[in-house]
Design a binder for this molecule. Structure first.
Ligand code: ATP
Length: 360
């Protein structure tokens, strides 16, 4: 059981900032996911924890132990990569056993541990095969076994399932989560796939351009995104984000943009700390908009759009509308299929909106 402290970590490649000053604590036994777009610094942060990269400044601690300058093999971490790193000339069994060869563990204990991980990962039937004769899923299971068998203090995984097909990815995700809960080894898992992050992580660290945007449970980051970036990145279809201004009128605070005027809940405005006249971004998820009958013109809290596309998902449709350059997505019943370019009116549910000011 190891708690990982990342303390003011910074990593530069010449002039380029790969990781800006980052501090976080990854609690013992947690499954932590680093999530963000390509190039945001996930792998670099993971590699600093693993010992493959030396930080430009800052420290990495495992519990109280400063491991910043230790080599990977001195940290007792096990790593799993996107493509399984297996010796091609050895059987799956020998590959797993090789992990223990230099560990000074007696033969009986080696045998017991190997048998345990083979059973945990359901790979008994393929252990006599060489990697070339294994399917992608089997290879990745063997790579997991190789990592698990060492009983590391920390498990580090860099997009281990991204080369697999969707069905296999799904089943391996659930298996890995179960396994991790059973072993309670602190785990850091890197992905750019939000579904993977949301379904697997106890904690998700959302990164963007070398910075941490938000750390929280999947529910937290979905329901209470801390920034415009997180709001737009988490959720599919994405949240509608509209730039506008705050306006004080008739004792209320209003959001006003070219397409929408909406009286805002007081608590929401207070939470953002923005004042009348300031620029803000309003966010509303596609399931929190309703298609309503058009009146003589859009009323308060309503938006006039022209239907631009309908994405049919079977259980529901995503109706895409445009108001000038602004795109609005709304989730509608499957029978709702407006003609392209027809005029539609959307109603924003005020209790479900998010607001982002310059400081959030
Ligand atoms: P991906 O999902 O594409 O792997 P990432 O979020 O893991 O991306 P990193 O690989 O950590 O991102 O890279 C962060 C930034 O640092 C990128 O802009 C990348 O180009 C740069 N970078 C990473 N490794 C090196 C290196 N060895 N030399 C120079 N620049 C690097």
């Amino acid at each position: 059981m190891t708690t990982i402290h990342i303390d003011r970590l910074r990593k530069m490649y010449k002039e380029q900032v790969a990781v800006a000053e980052t501090t976080m604590t990854l609690e013992s036994g947690q499954f932590v996911v680093f999530l963000g777009p390509s190039g945001c610094g996930k792998t670099t942060t993971l590699n600093c924890v693993a010992g493959f990269e030396e930080p430009t400044s800052g420290r990495i601690l495992f519990d109280e132990r400063d491991v910043t300058t230790l080599a990977p093999h001195e940290r007792n971490v096990a790593m799993v990569f996107q493509s399984a790193l297996l010796y091609p000339h050895l059987t799956a069994l020998r590959n797993v056993e090789m992990s223990l060869v230099h560990a000074g563990i007696d033969a009986a204990e080696q045998k017991r541990r190997v048998a345990e991980v083979v059973e945990l990962l359901h790979i008994g039937a393929v252990m006599h095969k060489r990697p070339g004769a294994l399917s992608g899923g089997e290879r990745q299971r063997v790579a997991l076994a190789k990592a698990l068998v060492r009983q590391p203090d920390v498990f580090l995984m860099d997009e281990p399932f991204s080369a697999l097909d969707a069905a296999l990815r799904n089943s391996l995700r659930s298996e890995l989560v179960l396994l991790q809960k059973r072993l309670a080894v602190t785990t850091v898992f890197v992905t750019h796939d939000q579904v993977e992050a949301m379904t697997m992580g106890d904690v998700v660290v959302v990164m963007n351009a070398g910075h941490v945007e938000q750390i929280g449970s999947p529910q937290d980051i979905y329901e209470r995104p801390a920034s415009r970036f997180v709001a737009g990145f988490i959720g599919s279809p994405p949240m509608n984000l509209v730039d506008g201004r705050l306006e004080a009128r008739a004792g209320r605070t209003w959001f006003r943009s070219e397409s929408l005027a909406l009286a805002l809940p007081d608590a929401l405005v207070a939470g953002v700390g923005a004042k009348a006249g300031e620029s803000v971004t309003l966010g509303v998820r596609p399931q929190h908009l309703d298609l309503v009958d058009a009146g003589p013109g859009p009323g308060e809290g309503q938006v006039a759009v022209n239907a631009y596309a309908v994405e049919r998902l079977g259980k529901e449709n995503i109706v895409v509308g445009r108001h000038g350059e602004q795109v609005w997505r709304v989730i509608a019943e499957p029978h709702v299929q407006p003609a392209l370019d027809s005029a539609l009116t959307l109603r924003v549910r005020p209790e479900a909106v998010h607001l982002f000011g310059a400081r959030s």
